[in-house]
Design a protein around this ligand. Structure first.
Ligand code: NDP
Ligand SMILES: O=C1O[C@H](COP(=O)(O)O)[C@@H](O)[C@H](O)[C@H]1O
Length: 491
């Protein structure tokens, strides 16, 4: 049972009519309204640069939300209740005078103030300073900022520093939306509530780990942002490293935000740097060319709208990551992520070592190890592959690999799994930071990623081509087969 907490909130969204707000935040608020989690007095203030009437803003949001909520979850009454909470003010983030109306809007309302910065990160410091100078925030204000925090360690330090001049760390909620996914949180339950796994979770029993986060989409009209970032900064620095930390961290003493974050930081500190001599064997960068995706012909990265034809930005990355500590010595983590891959699929595969002495048919030796496949999305669940005797009088002691299967939607009869932003907004309303990233986590992740980037640049490593709709460059297959292994395929 969750303890009853006062969740009455005034949510102020800077960049309130931007892509993130319209595609993710408002649909999430709709679902929170639908499940009765928005406190009766909670309010939402949309802040945007262009002048609109409140009615126009509500109409715009209504159509955005309608487009993203399936018919089975639709309820006109829920939408009306949500829109009744929504107000709008025109504001230029750079103009201090524009903040006075925010103070008036707040009045003497006692709701917790949540400032959501859905803007480019270069504006986070400005917003923080202006809120302070306008007298619009207090020691209790909570601030939500989006990834990426900066472009590298130096810029992330600057942003964190600017935020830190106005807010304390316990007021800052840095989003990595993967931490809001139910199946990602489930990694903690899987690892620390099941001693069966907890006792085997180390180099004595695990040979290697795979993490795949594949997307079938391309860059979706975000060339300007994406080309500056690339897949390493857009996905590895945050989502993939967070997943790796949750798999690799030591057991936290409890479920408090800092206990979990302390353990994640230890993993980030133990990542082996990808030094110049490792670039070739441990890193593959790729860029998609024209091909087909979900049955449609699609352009290559360099032919996307707004593209610079000479860009060397990567849309795919595969890495062999090593963690230099007692638990994981000698256990590589093979991680890969890319755009325009054959399907949208995020999964983690734990490959257990074979039994120390093998007594079965020598031809079947390759079968003889267990795998735990954790499906983060879609088809959320997990499969433990175990070995049994093949059935039948004529089979002798032939082995067969079979699944112990847990598909969450079937096993727990869940009608829908909440989207990450629903969970994250709800946790901010409760003031709970455990699903948000602490400053040192962001900075240690950048420190490692900066090393990777600097070394591939010095090495003049250009991305290798792969056709849209395939699993990345051939070199990504070589990265793992070189170690006598292969990427997991569900056969
Ligand atoms: N979109 C997504 O799926 C994701 C986004 N993010 C992060 O979320 C943040 C927002 O991204 P996204 O919504 O895509 O970006 P958008 O560019 O779509 O939205 C940013 C908003 O900020 C507003 N803005 C910019 N400058 C000012 C200003 N001076 N005064 C007032 N408003 C201003 C823009 O207004 P105007 O329209 O007038 O320019 C725009 O509405 C970024 O940090 C991004 O990296 C993270 C993960 C996913
Ligand atoms: O943060 C980001 O994540 C999305 C992928 O998120 P998912 O929840 O759909 O798996 C990615 O497309 C985007 O480039 C990146 O900025």
């Amino acid at each position: 049972m969750e303890e009853r907490i006062d969740t009455r909130s005034d949510l102020m969204i800077f960049g309130g009519l931007g892509d993130l707000a319209r595609r993710k935040l408002f649909p999430a608020l709709y679902h929170l309204e639908r499940t009765g989690l928005l406190a009766a007095d909670s309010r939402v203030l949309v802040l945007a640069r262009r002048a609109h009437s409140v009615d126009d803003v509500r109409e715009q949001l209504a159509s955005d939300i309608r487009r993203r909520v399936p018919d089975s979850d639709w309820d006109d009454g829920v939408l009306s209740r949500l829109l009744a909470r929504v107000d709008y003010l025109c504001l230029d983030i750079n103009r201090l005078d524009d903040y006075q109306p925010l103070v008036r809007w707040r009045g003497d309302c006692e709701n917790a103030l949540i400032v959501y910065m859905a803007t480019p990160p270069s504006l986070y410091g400005v917003i923080a300073r202006q809120l302070r100078d306008a007298g619009c925030c207090t020691r209790k204000t909570r601030v939500v900022v989006e990834k990426p925090i900066g472009h590298d360690l130096e810029t992330s330090r600057t942003i964190n520093q600017q935020l830190g001049e106005v807010f304390n760390e316990d007021q800052l909620f840095r989003i990595d939306h993967y931490l809001g996914k139910e199946t990602v949180q489930n990694l903690i339950a899987l690892r620390f509530a099941n001693n069966l796994f907890a006792s085997q979770w180390n180099q004595n029993h695990i040979s290697h780990v795979e993490i795949t986060v594949a997307e079938s989409v391309g860059i979706e009209g975000r060339w300007g942002y994406f080309d500056q970032a690339g897949q390493v900064r857009d996905m590895i620095q945050n989502h993939l490293l967070q997943l790796l930390c949750l798999i690799a961290m030591d057991p936290p003493a409890d479920l408090s935000a800092d206990s979990i974050r302390d353990e994640k930081v230890k993993v980030l500190k133990a990542l082996r740097p990808i030094t110049p001599d490792l670039i070739e064997s441990h890193l593959v960068r790729g860029q998609y060319t024209a091909g087909s995706s979900q049955g449609k012909v699609v352009p290559g990265y360099l032919e996307e709208e707004g593209a610079d034809r000479n860009s060397t930005t990567e849309t795919f990355v595969a890495l062999k990551v090593e963690i230099e500590n007692w638990r994981w010595a000698g256990v590589p983590f093979y991680i890969r992520t890319g755009k325009r891959l054959p399907e949208k699929l995020s999964q983690i595969i734990i490959h257990f070592k074979p039994a120390p002495h093998y007594i079965f048919d020598p031809d079947q030796r390759h079968l003889a190890s267990n795998k735990l496949v954790i499906r983060l999305q879609p088809d959320e669940g997990m499969t433990l592959q175990i070995l049994t005797k093949d059935q039948g009088l004529d089979k002798g002691m032939r082995l067969r690999r079979g699944p112990l299967e847990l598909t969450f939607s079937e096993a727990f009869q869940t009608d829908r799994i909440p989207e990450a932003y629903e969970r994250l907004l709800w946790e901010v309303m409760k003031g709970n930071q455990y699903l948000f990233v602490r400053r040192d986590e962001v900075e240690y992740a950048w420190r490692w990623v900066d090393g990777v980037v600097a070394n591939w640049q010095a090495h003049d490593d250009l991305p290798k081509r792969y056709a849209a709709g395939t699993w990345g460059p051939v070199a990504a297959i070589a990265l793992i087969t070189r170690d006598g292994r292969s990427w997991y395929e569900d056969a």
